[in-house]
Structures are given as C-alpha cells and as structure tokens.
Design a protein around this ligand. Structure first.
Ligand SMILES: Cc1cc2nc3c(=O)[nH]c(=O)nc-3n(C[C@H](O)[C@H](O)[C@H](O)COP(=O)(O)OP(=O)(O)OC[C@H]3O[C@@H](n4cnc5c(N)ncnc54)[C@H](O)[C@@H]3O)c2cc1C
Length: 137
C-alpha cells in the first residue's frame, strides 16, 4: 500500500468499516494528504451510531452524550477536526439526566456530590464500590 515517491511516501489506505472510528480515520488521513478508501459491510455509514424509522417512530441509537465537548478538553479539537462540532455549536451541559426503570423516572445528577447522594439513596449495597470508584476520579 505504501509507495516511495521520490523522497516522500504516498499511500492508498484501505479502512475497514464506516463507523465513527473508520470515518474519523479517513478524515484524519486525508487531512494529512493520504488517499483512503473505506469498505463497509452494511448499506449505510455510521455503524452502531445510527437511527431507524419503524411504524412512524424514529429510534435514535446514536450518541446521546458526547464526552469532552468543553473547549480545552482533549477531545474538543478532535471533534472540531472531523467537523462533528463547529465553533458556534451550542453545547448543553445539563445538571442531570433522566433514566426510566420499571416505570419510574429517576433524575440522575451529573456532579460528583449529587451523584454520590443519588447512589447512596438508591444503591446502598453499592456504597463501598461507589466510594472506591469515586476515589479513582
Ligand atoms: C445504544 C448506544 C448508545 C450509545 N451512546 C453513546 C453516547 O451517548 N456517547 C458516546 O460517546 N458513545 C455512545 N455509544 C457508543 C458509540 O456509538 C460507539 O462507541 C461508536 O459509534 C463505535 O464506533 P466504531 O466505529 O468503533 O464501531 P462501529 O460503529 O461498530 O463500526 C464498525 C463498522 O464496521 C463495519 N464492519 C465490521 N466488520 C466489517 C468487515 N469485515 N468489512 C466491512 N465492514 C465491516 C460494521 O458494519 C460497522 O459499520 C453508544 C452506542 C450505542 C449502541
């Protein structure tokens, strides 16, 4: 695949899979001047990050929570490089998210103190495991 062309290497790179990883790899390599070709098994791009319509309802199986969207975060520039974020993309950082379990909707706080209180209230048996996990962050 790599060919010596004078002093430079040119390459035609095959990428297997048009999921987020394959698509991002293609973008990054093309930005560096490489030729790329993406081979995808399915009839659509996106991999598991996809949506589908059935009986009039849209089932969104894609990203619900993009980690690292804050400016200055390590991921932020990666998102910009592949055009997943623009400079003026509004970024919404909710204080909590909602989860439904057996018909009950839980408001799960996303800040450490609130999350700790939430787990202590709803998952008392996990307190030790949770404390251990929080110590690592
Ligand atoms: C329900 C759900 C919710 C999610 N929510 C979030 C979220 O909120 N935030 C977040 O950051 N992440 C989330 N993720 C995870 C994120 O979507 C995935 O990590 C990411 O999309 C994976 O991308 P990928 O390219 O690594 O793999 P994939 O999407 O699996 O892509 C692999 C591609 O390769 C193709 N392929 C495989 N074998 C071959 C072959 N032999 N030849 C050709 N093509 C092949 C497949 O068809 C597929 O298109 C979620 C995932 C799911 C399923």
């Amino acid at each position: 695949m790599f060919q010596k062309n004078g002093g430079d290497f040119t390459a035609n790179i095959a990428i297997i899979g048009a999921g987020l990883a394959g698509l991002s790899t293609g973008i990054h390599l093309q930005q560096k001047g490489f030729q790329t070709e993406i081979f995808e098994l399915a009839d659509w791009a996106g991999g598991v990050c996809t949506a589908w319509v059935r009986s009039g309802y849209t089932f969104d199986g894609c990203i619900h929570w993009m980690v690292g969207t804050r400016r200055g975060d390590g991921f932020y520039q990666l998102y910009r490089d592949v055009d997943a974020l623009a400079a003026d993309t509004p970024i919404y950082n909710p204080p909590s998210l909602q989860m439904e379990l057996d018909g009950t909707v839980y408001e799960v706080p996303l800040q450490a103190a609130g999350l700790r209180a939430f787990f202590t209230q709803y998952v008392p048996r996990r307190r030790t495991a949770y404390r251990r996990a929080m110590r690592r962050h």
